[in-house]
Design a protein around this ligand. Structure first.
Ligand SMILES: [Zn+2]
Length: 270
């Protein structure tokens, strides 16, 4: 649905939430999560200002001992269209958006020791504006202990899922290697290591996606992504170019990780 012509490449900027924002809102709503739009403005081009619309849904902690709040983010916006050429943005980032919706569905039904916010951001492609707006609006009373950012989850030839972590997020990945995975490999890396491993040092992975907005305000982050994609920001980033089987196993891996994190965090015995 998100990659269909009807969604027109999901470009940010309209005063009203576009069809993609409404689609996400409806999915959260169907799950009973009482979603909200968060509208903001950003500078598009030199002079004009444009509108963006985050979609936000929340699941509260439902156990006696709660350990704070986690925000899971994925940007739903993409590049739009030029004439008849629609940028479907299947890997970037329908893949993360659908994973976010799937997590919202799965995590409803488990014991949660954290409050969980699901944040579908807008205007990431224009400069991480949706995530920055959200993170900058987060006051101390609502401080998050962790951001999980999902951006580009369809494995390429390298067949690797990278989990890039800030130095202050390491406790959250301590048990991650215990999760079994055969269809792709999982590499837990720092931003510097990710930079060396992928793209010959050209790509600044710390600033490349929405986790940077949370990093800026001191919130630990884990970024899940597959690294470079030869179809990145081209019209060839389509649903057909995605290996659905591998993509599903990535989503399942993230789901299993989230279930274990929410049910028994590293400090749950303390
Ligand atoms: Zn992206």
């Amino acid at each position: 649905m998100l990659t269909s012509a009807q969604h027109g490449g999901r470009e940010a900027g309209n005063p009203q939430p576009n069809v993609s924002a409404q689609f996400i809102f409806e999915r959260f709503n169907d799950l009973g999560l009482a979603p909200k739009f968060q509208t903001f403005t950003f500078k598009d081009g030199l002079f004009s200002s444009a509108y963006g619309h985050n979609v936000i849904a929340k699941l509260p902690c439902n156990t006696v001992r709660c350990h704070g709040s986690i925000v899971i983010s994925a940007h739903y916006d993409h590049l739009g269209a030029t004439g008849k050429r629609v940028y479907a943005g299947a890997n970037d980032n329908a893949s993360g958006t659908v994973a976010l919706l799937s997590l919202a569905q799965q995590l409803r039904n488990i014991e949660r020791r954290y409050n969980v916010t699901f944040l579908a951001t807008d205007a990431e492609e224009k400069g991480l504006y949706g995530a920055k707006h959200y993170a900058d609006k987060t006051d101390a009373t609502n401080a998050y202990v962790l951001n999980i950012n999902l951006d580009m989850l369809s494995p390429s030839k390298k067949n690797t899922l990278y989990v890039m972590q800030s130095a202050n997020a390491k406790t959250f990945t301590e048990n991650m290697t215990m999760l079994q995975e055969q269809t792709f490999s999982v590499k837990i890396v720092s931003p510097n290591r990710m930079k060396r491993l992928i793209g010959d040092g050209r790509i600044d992975w710390l600033r490349a996606s929405d986790h940077y907005a949370f990093y800026r305000v001191g919130i630990p982050y884990l970024y899940f992504g597959v690294g470079e994609d030869k179809n990145h920001h081209s019209v060839d980033d389509t649903l057909e170019s995605i290996d659905i089987h591998k993509y599903q196993s990535v989503v399942k891996f993230i789901n299993d990780f989230m279930v274990s994190l929410l049910s028994c965090p590293s400090d749950c015995t303390s």
